[in-house]
Design a binder for this molecule. Structure first.
Ligand SMILES: Cc1cc2nc3c(=O)[nH]c(=O)nc-3n(C[C@H](O)[C@H](O)[C@H](O)COP(=O)(O)OP(=O)(O)OC[C@H]3O[C@@H](n4cnc5c(N)ncnc54)[C@H](O)[C@@H]3O)c2cc1C
Length: 533
């Protein structure tokens, strides 16, 4: 085995967005940093690929929202090409040909809701205010390292006291709404405000994204809250599409990381983390080389970080036990299309591209969403799935040739484990089901299809390494968040192996193209090294 002599202060395993952000912060602080990515392109679950000539596909993740705004500023991302484009609209088609179309103008939105229910139009402001208050209360927690509940160290007791003080400082209505969202179902929460099915469904769909919960399951409130936390240019809850897709965004991150002095090595597959006497000394690559470093950071999910990259016998039994019991259960897929033209929604035919410049929610009632979940409960994919679609070429013209379009469909529910079959067998059957669902709302859709790409949970796992295809790098529900992400006592980015850290989506605050885990992990690492960020 040959030994590579060039030594680094820090090696980051994985060049997804978290690995890139973490590497950029470490390099910015002055550490000689190397980011290792096994694929030929960086980005992980945030890539853009030309899968049909002239058509750019966001293979996996497709929109930006949760990105912590401090990262844009601290890593000077604008200088490196950061260009989020607002997703302006939210269209929910109905089975009777009508629709709910929300946009950027508050008064027009109220008028549109009033078309469906005067009661709901009157209630919308209170709902928006109540959710915004909870978001405001929760947001600081996303930007701080959570306390370690297993520790009696004075510093940790102070963190717990600060947390209690934060909760005490909030109005009781905000605490109560927060608790209802954190522990309850999105359907119950919405029932308090609204009567019309279409508005409830449009909002409730945010409560099921990436999770094995239906809108009437506990936990769906938390997912809806998480999805409300993002912002675009200071506008809470707004989503954007990065120029060139999420792959365009991770290219910006790569340029920033290199700009701060990090090196990126693609096509470099890490076999394991080298340890000696409870300390890491670097990484071994699958090609036999070794790279020395005092700090090794894994951006892979907790299963891989703790059970594959190191020998579990080097770790405390309780930690191994927690990670083995951590739930992943991916339930989402993607079906991406290259289209010959814009889909047709007859009732909006005179509005051109405007209704398509954002999200299209295919899931018109709470019952529709819940029935889609019923299939998954018994181990099959939804026969009438919920689709979160966007025609991205209406936002960024460069995604498709002139007059043509790309359409991304996030599909729910598609459980990782199928009862009596497997995803290699069912892939195209899922594609057909999704296409038929789009056809149900957009007649003539099939005639527009030039190319179709079906990405199942198994494909997600194989390509990105996200275990069981879980988009959050580990289910994002109460038992696996904050104090417990990824395991009690190990929620502060350290591991039991000195110098070995974690920074992926399976750590606090969680998944999505958010960068929060990577930034907080960098703070922890630099703090341990007594360096300033
Ligand atoms: C289908 C889908 C749709 C999604 N949609 C959205 C969305 O619209 N908006 C949003 O905000 N989030 C979305 N997400 C979630 C989001 O994309 C992920 O949570 C996030 O990208 C994960 O980032 P990460 O850096 O933590 O991990 P990853 O992106 O998984 O990066 C890990 C990297 O490590 C590399 N790697 C693995 N093993 C090794 C090894 N041994 N050696 C070297 N490198 C290795 C992988 O190749 C990968 O590049 C979606 C996810 C999926 C799967």
């Amino acid at each position: 085995m040959s030994k590579q002599q060039s030594e680094y202060d820090a090696v980051v395993i994985g060049g997804g967005h978290n690995g890139l952000i973490n590497g950029a912060y470490l390099a910015k602080a002055g550490l000689r940093t190397l980011i290792l990515e096994r694929h030929d392109i960086v980005g992980g679950a945030a890539i853009t690929e030309e899968l049909h000539p002239g058509f750019q596909f966001t293979t996996f993740s497709y929109a930006l929202s949760q990105l912590r705004p401090q990262i844009v500023q601290e890593l000077e991302l604008v200088k490196y090409g950061f260009m989020p484009l607002l997703m302006e609209s939210n269209l929910t088609p109905m089975d009777n040909g009508d629709y709910l179309l929300l946009g950027q103008d508050e008064q027009e939105n109220i008028a549109e809701i009033r078309r469906h229910s005067k009661h709901d139009a009157d209630a919308f402001e209170q709902f928006s205010y109540d959710v915004a208050m909870v978001v405001q209360a929760v947001r600081p927690l996303l930007d701080s390292i959570p306390p370690d509940i297993t520790s009696t160290e004075p510093e940790e007791l102070l963190r717990m006291a600060a947390l209690a003080q934060h909760v005490r400082s909030l109005p009781p209505r905000v605490v109560h709404n927060g608790m209802r969202l954190l522990t309850g179902s999105v359907a119950d929460f919405l029932d308090d405000y609204f009567q019309s099915e279409i508005l409830k469904a449009a909002i409730a769909s945010a409560g099921i994204i990436g999770s094995k919960v239906g809108p009437r399951s506990q936990g769906s409130g938390l997912v809806m809250l998480y999805m409300s936390i993002g912002e675009h240019d200071g506008d809470q809850g707004a989503w954007s599409f990065h120029k060139g897709g999420t792959g365009g965004f991770t290219q910006v991150l790569a340029r920033a990381a290199v700009g701060f002095g990090a090196e990126i090595s693609t096509g470099t597959d890490v076999s394991h983390v080298i340890t000696s006497n409870g300390k890491t000394t670097g990484v071994a690559l699958k090609d036999g080389r070794e790279i020395d470093a005092d700090v090794v950071v894994s951006s892979l999910d907790p299963r891989r970080t703790f059970l594959q990259l190191v020998e579990p016998r080097e770790l405390p039994t309780e930690l191994v036990d927690s990670i083995e019991r951590m739930r992943f259960q991916g339930t989402s897929s993607k079906v991406n299309f290259a289209l010959d033209g814009l889909p047709n929604y007859p009732a909006l035919a005179d509005r051109g591209e405007d209704p398509f410049r954002g999200f299209i929610n295919m899931g018109p009632t709470i019952d529709y969403l819940e029935r889609a979940f019923d299939d998954a409960k018994y181990g099959w994919f939804s026969q009438h799935p919920y689709l979160d679609a966007c025609v991205q070429s209406t936002i960024d013209r460069d995604m498709a040739p002139p007059g043509k379009h790309v359409m991304s469909n996030f599909v729910q529910y598609t459980p990782y484990e199928l009862n009596g079959s497997d995803w290699d067998t069912e892939r195209e059957s899922l594609g057909d089901t999704v296409q038929a669902t789009i056809e149900r709302f957009f007649p003539g859709f099939g005639e527009l299809v030039l190319h179709r790409e079906v990405v199942t949970p198994l494909d997600i796992e194989r390509t990105t390494g996200l275990t069981e295809g879980n988009i959050y790098g580990g289910e994002f529900l109460g038992p696996q968040m904050f104090f417990f992400r990824p395991a009690p006592g190990w929620n502060q980015y350290r591991t039991p192996i000195s110098g070995y850290y974690q920074c992926g989506s399976g750590t606090h605050p969680g998944g999505c193209v958010m960068g929060g885990p990577a930034r907080l992990a960098a703070t922890q690492i630099l703090g341990d090294l007594k360096m300033s960020p």
